[in-house]
Design a protein around this ligand. Sequence first.
Ligand SMILES: Nc1ncnc2c1ncn2[C@@H]1O[C@H](COP(=O)(O)OP(=O)(O)OP(=O)(O)O)[C@@H](O)[C@H]1O
Length: 319
Amino acid sequence: MIEVQHLTKRYGIHTAVHDVSFSIQKGEIVGFLGPNGAGKSTTMNILTGYLSATEGTVVIDGVKLLEEPEECKKKIGYLPENPPLYGHLTVDEFLRFVADLKYVPRRRQKEHLESIMEKVGILHVRGRLVRNLSKGYKQRVGLAQALVGDPEILILDEPTIGLDPRQIIDIRTLIKDLGKDRTVILSSHILPEVSMVCKRVLIINNGVIVADDTPENLAKRLMGTNTLLLRIEGTREAVEKALSAVKEVQELEFRPSQEEGTVEVVAKAPEETDIRKAVFTACARAGLPILQMRSLDISLEDIFLQLVTQESQTKEAIA
Ligand SMILES: Nc1ncnc2c1ncn2[C@@H]1O[C@H](COP(=O)(O)OP(=O)(O)OP(=O)(O)O)[C@@H](O)[C@H]1O
């Protein structure tokens, strides 16, 4: 359905997206996850034909975007991060305007727009001026305009940003529902958001795809218990002796510690081995208090740490 090959986008000397390739099948709901500035919006803007790539190709349903942009755009409904809504129009007027832009025949517009308004829950505000709607309702109007013309693909850029918790739940439910008979790409910087809605997650960081997996597998990698980062009070010799005695521990890597009188060490065990209890017991027996123990996993660690921090900051901000 969507084939992206070797996509690169440079803004002057800055490379925002670097050699990105992926394909999405019909009917998939795919999360596009990455911290701020990772290149999500740039990629989405290229997919929707709003921005041209420096290099690489996008093929939508067998049609090359560069060669037949109008044909491709018809297949895509796009909700940008800041949807351009005309505040001085009523919801009805605005959607009719969008329908004209998308060449929906006038005789079909009434029925088509009413079914969309019903789906996204804005029928009762159809006569209100867009500028007087709450942020959540404006977002619904944004979703409605993306649905005009019945596109097979929906591309949604940070659809819940700036909404309150209740509105976030409503919009997530709506997206899940819309994904039942469409291909959906949903960008977000919040891991739980995409996990809730998507069956597959692409993670982009610094313009490069660093993971392409199911939320479950990503969570497993996140929760990996076979590699632990420990901060332990004591000397390096004592810690090395205690941890070397744990039979599952294959490798110890000492790192400079931030805290005086402590040792920071990464302990590795074979995959699928949970060494937390054994490490705890060994240190307790040797009288070495563990001040910190957390899972450490591949290079995704830093990205997730960032994402998790952002998620908790977002939660604090809306609490
Ligand atoms: N028009 C532009 N000119 C120059 N640099 C740009 C432009 N648009 C984006 N960038 C840079 O490209 C990088 C990727 O930006 P992009 O907006 O795609 O990231 P993002 O993942 O969508 O982030 P956010 O979640 O903050 O929207 C960033 O470093 C950004 O500063």
